[in-house]
Design a binder for this molecule. Structure first.
Ligand SMILES: Nc1ncnc2c1ncn2[C@@H]1O[C@H](COP(=O)(O)OP(=O)(O)OP(=O)(O)O)[C@@H](O)[C@H]1O
Length: 288
């Protein structure tokens, strides 16, 4: 794998279509339709869109998690049916198992429901350190403990939580444990599905700060799904808005919201003007 290749762009998506195949009584469903976009090195792209617009599908495909046979929550896996997505130089269409495993070590992925799915029988320290041991089970235990403690600190959790179990933590603390796990391998790319959901204001700020600091290192890029405007303003260089699987707006926050042409983007812009910081309760317009 050529890390950061494809003219240096960590993500290059061209005319990508993704479909959930027919299963049981459900017909096939196209969740992402003809999407093209690039994420530049050092760029954080915010991804917005109504419920069901394809954000999570796109995130799962780009992280490789959704393409993994038997992967988590993958009873029906999304399939790339058109176009291509190249992540850190690796084309995802028809990717082999071996290359997918390799890619996964370089892409941090925070699933939408990660906080609810932490393994109940592992301590915070074991959970955060797991990706390191998965990559190298003989990793030096002292170095591992140091790395885990650094990550706990980075997500503003007290070190006293290291030996606690998920059920002993609040939802916001669990979310930060999941984020620390997604970042523990020092990925070049983070794909985070609602990283600040369920986290209170002060800590939300800390998460935004952490992402900004990582970005300032210039070797880190991210796609962040969030409807949290203060977080978007703080971390996102550009935003893409999805509606029914298509990109309907792309640009800086000001470019997208100052002169919205698409009805859903207009609705978002209206919500922002009305002072809503979190804008995820908007429904798309019914199809024409
Ligand atoms: N396993 C699946 N099988 C079939 N269709 C699915 C599956 N998962 C998602 N979909 C459909 O794909 C479309 C996109 O879903 P997706 O979860 O990617 O949207 P989203 O923008 O992330 O929504 P939300 O904000 O609610 O998380 C939706 O119509 C959804 O019903």
């Amino acid at each position: 794998m050529t890390r950061g290749a494809t003219h240096g762009y960590p993500i290059v998506i061209s005319d990508l279509s993704v479909e959930y195949p027919a299963h049981g009584a459900s017909a096939a469903h196209v969740a992402v339709h003809g999407v093209s976009l690039r994420v530049a090195p050092g760029e954080v792209l915010g991804l917005l869109g109504s419920a069901g617009s394809g954000k999570t599908t796109l995130a799962r495909v780009l992280s490789g998690v959704g393409l993994e046979p038997g992967g988590p929550g993958s009873d029906v896996r999304p399939v790339i049916t058109g176009g291509e997505a190249i992540v850190l130089g690796t084309p995802l269409r028809g990717i082999t198992r071996r290359r997918l495993n390799e890619l996964r070590f370089h892409v941090g992925y925070l699933a939408q429901d990660a906080a609810e799915h932490l393994p109940p029988d592992r301590t915070v320290s074991e959970i955060i350190g797991e990706p390191i041991l998965e990559r190298d089970h003989r990793y030096n235990r002292k170095a591992l403990a140091t790395r885990v403690a650094t990550m706990v600190d980075a997500v503003r959790l007290p070190l006293g939580l290291l030996e606690k179990y998920p059920y002993e933590l609040s939802g916001g603390q669990r979310q930060r444990v999941a984020l620390a796990q997604a970042l523990v391998l020092g990925p070049n790319l983070l794909i985070a599905d609602q990283p600040t959901a369920g986290i209170d204001l002060t800590v939300r700020d800390a998460v935004a700060q952490l992402i900004s600091e990582l970005r300032d290192g210039h070797t880190f890029s991210a796609v962040i799904i969030t409807h949290d405007l203060p977080v978007l303003r703080r971390v996102a260089d550009r935003v893409a808005v999805l509606d029914r699987g298509e990109v309907v707006a792309l640009g800086t926050i000001d470019e997208v919201f100052d002169d919205p042409s698409h009805p859903y983007v207009q609705a978002l812009a209206g919500a922002l003007d009305a002072g809503h910081a979190v804008i995820d309760d908007l429904q798309p317009e019914p199809p024409a």
